[in-house]
Design a protein around this ligand. Structure first.
Ligand SMILES: [Zn+2]
Length: 246
């Protein structure tokens, strides 16, 4: 996607969110930054250039988390800058690369003439949930499209709902209460159940000099770990709300 298209979507979102001049500048700088200096990734100790037109969800989530953590620290400058960078990749993800990229350039030219959809932005701002889970799900639903109007509508909608998710701080007190309760339950029930069943299995195994009593114990421990999934999700939500890793 061309700069003009990224900036146009960014401006509609910035207007809708009524950003201050400083926040607006950080946001719009962020939204074109990935094209300015190509970002570098690191794999196996070697640095490589991150592909732009095929941004991985991992890179997008990295910027989303950096944006969210900055917002929690009240560092809105870094917050809006990283949010802008995440949205850049989301918008690139909305456009199909086309067959061997041959039609890509032409499509981008056409796309640059399409106005971002204000209605889709307003809809996206409204239809969001403030969690990393929501952002992850939103990313997985973005399709590489070919029609310029549909690309613009999707990019506007997904950009706005991810922006709203990152900015929304309303859930904090509610999550704080739920998390405190879940942590107590986790410490009093789940952890002792896992340790206890493995310990009983181990002691019977020693007593009988047979490994078999460990089997039902391990199955029970595994069930406890699986049942613990909602707790782990809540822990991520707590982190999303600045409650730290515990
Ligand atoms: Zn790009």
């Amino acid at each position: 996607m061309k700069w003009a298209s990224h900036i146009a979507i960014g401006k509609v979102i910035a207007d809708a969110l009524e950003l201050s001049p400083g926040e607006r500048k950080a946001f719009l700088d962020g939204i074109v930054e990935p094209d300015r200096h190509k970002e570098r990734g690191n794999r196996d100790g070697r640095s490589y250039r991150l592909s732009h037109h095929d941004p991985s969800d991992r890179v997008i989530m990295l910027h989303v988390w950096m944006a969210r953590r900055s917002m929690l620290r009240n560092d809105t400058y870094q917050g809006y800058r990283h949010l802008g960078m995440a949205l850049h990749y989301i918008q690139d993800k909305s456009t199909s690369k086309g067959f061997l990229g041959l039609t890509h350039e032409r499509r981008e030219e056409k796309l640059a003439k399409v106005e971002p959809s204000r209605d889709e932005v307003m809809k996206g701002l409204k239809e969001h949930a403030s969690s990393s889970e929501f952002v992850r799900r939103s990313l997985s639903e973005i399709k590489p499209l070919k029609d310029p109007k549909r690309i613009m509508a999707q990019a506007s909608y997904r950009s706005a709902s991810v922006a709203a998710a990152v900015i929304d701080m309303d859930g904090q007190t509610h999550v704080k209460k739920d998390y405190a309760r879940a942590r107590r339950k986790h410490a009093l029930a789940t952890v002792p159940l896992i340790i206890g069943s493995l310990a009983i299995g181990a002691s019977i195994s020693i007593l009988w000099s047979s490994p078999y009593p460990m089997v039902p114990a391990a199955v029970l421990a595994l069930i406890a770990v699986l049942l613990d999934r909602p707790y782990r999700q809540l822990r991520r939500l707590a982190e999303w709300n600045g409650l730290g890793k515990h």
